[in-house]
Design a protein around this ligand. Structure first.
Ligand code: SF4
Length: 226
């Protein structure tokens, strides 16, 4: 394997300017023509090209261009609605965490007022015990002998698939549960709310405070277990 790709360590961003002479050794724009070709040819496939094009138009539409520069215009929920309309979707899926039921009820109401049919599925669907996936009592909130219902993201996805959703919206699924849902949903999905129990579902705040309140994040803990 060649040198691994490290865009997150790059400050040259020659990819954004279409110039590769100044590229770093780990730059995929300069060094990985085979993979670039493969990725682009996938993006140009009939089932992806229109989606990619409308996403780019949505990106453009979400800012206002003023003489003083670009300013943001649309919130994430507005962008989600605008994009779904651009794609002419009629039936949307809401895959939500039960802890965010209130937010999900609001999103459901908003989407219906914008003319969409909404299929909404709660993470606890099926009422299956955590025992089924081998969760030990010590990892249950209720402790020994408690009956605790597992989050069931694969089934959430299967219900969306069965009911023919055209585009799914994820609301607050936990880390890992979101991965399972995204992997198993047939339709494209977007994340409206990324769960962060401490930061009011704003995970970027911890990064923005990693020089102060969350500086422990930056300490070397490669030998630790957490
Ligand atoms: S593609 Fe190349 S230039 Fe662009 S961010 Fe990655 S390493 Fe930097």
């Amino acid at each position: 394997m060649e040198q691994r790709t490290e865009c997150a360590r790059c400050s040259r961003t020659v990819c954004e300017r279409g110039k590769t002479e100044l590229a770093l050794p780990a730059c995929p724009t300069a060094r990985r023509p085979d993979v670039l070709k493969k990725g682009l040819s996938k993006s140009l496939r009939a089932d992806l090209k229109e989606f990619a094009c409308q996403a780019a138009i949505q990106q453009f539409d979400s800012s206002l261009r003023l003489p003083r520069g670009r300013i943001p215009r649309s919130t994430r929920i507005e962008e989600t609605i605008q994009f779904a309309k651009k794609m002419h979707y009629k039936r949307l899926g809401l895959a939500f965490c039960s802890a965010l039921r209130n937010e999900s009820m609001l999103v459901d109401r908003i989407l219906q007022r914008h003319g969409f049919e909404v299929v909404s599925v709660c993470c606890k669907v099926g009422g299956v015990s955590k025992d089924a996936i081998g969760v030990a009592d010590e990892h249950k909130f209720g402790g020994t002998g408690s009956y605790e219902v597992m989050c069931n993201p694969v089934t959430q996805a299967e219900i969306m698939n069965d009911e023919g959703t055209e585009f799914n919206i994820v609301i607050g699924l936990c880390v890992g549960h979101d991965s399972l849902f995204l992997k198993h949903a047939d339709a494209m999905s977007t994340v409206l709310i990324a769960k962060d129990k401490v930061l009011g579902h704003n995970p970027a705040a911890a990064l923005r405070l990693s020089g102060s309140y969350y500086k422990e994040l930056m300490q070397n803990q490669s030998n630790g277990t957490r």
